[in-house]
Write a protein that binds this ligand. Sequence first.
Ligand SMILES: O=C(O)CCC(=O)C(=O)O
Length: 286
Amino acid sequence: MRPLKHLTPTQIAFFREEGYLSPVRVMSAEEAIGFRADLEAFEHAQGKPLTGNQRAKTYLLFTWAHRLLTHPKILDVFEDLIGPDIVAYHWTSWIKEANSPAFVSWHQDATYFGLEPLEQVTAWVSLSAANTQSGCMRVVPRSHKRGQLPVDLRPDKNNLLTSGQTVMVSVDDKDTVEMPLQPGEMSLHHTCTIHGSKGNSSNDRRIGFCLDLVPAHVRPNPHLIKSGALCSAMLVRGKWHHDLFPPELPPVGDADPISTRQHEAGVASYRQMVGALGHMTAGRLD
Ligand SMILES: O=C(O)CCC(=O)C(=O)O
């Protein structure tokens, strides 16, 4: 057995049984605040919050986001959970502005990733206080054992899932668990864990980055391979196991022309992949 790098056997057993784990501290509050300062310096320079495509695959656009994606402690946690060969498949920047009704409907990440086997794991890394008031993430424990569930569209202007994608099961609040986090902590959830969040009624932004990582043996499903709608991805530790993810390179600068081009291509490949999944995804394209 490989020696563990960050988690305990009890934490790993909990994740496998419950489909989530929280909180896990992966950096100091000061380090997290430094990443927040990098984000907000860019937002200040562009005169608006991170928007549209900038929220997807953000690690291709900014050196600081790539540094966060490849943070040794974060990758150590993933190595404990999914093994030493690790591929970053996607990233979503989930920012709820202060006093905003923005929420996220109940969903499973597996629905819009098209990967097999269902071994993808998402880390939600917090750069601000995520709690009941600011609309922290909530999960339905053990829901990952139900496999991939059908979804329907319930569009709502305040839903951060632009399609309104929602799993077609009723979720009772009493069966859910909140995952409050301090800056520098992260939560983890399995690709089939049902999760969502409520609005932010606090006076601060709620800033979380979702890192969607897979063990390198995970592959696009046969439909994606056949149609050629392959999402690009980045090897972040260890070695590739196949060539079905067009490889991405780290950004060379911050939103400079080369990184911007690579980011646009990466997000386009993600959108093409989601489009090819058709009705299975309910059209989530952010
Ligand atoms: O940030 C949120 O509230 C939702 C995040 C989410 O849906 C995810 O991590 O996949």
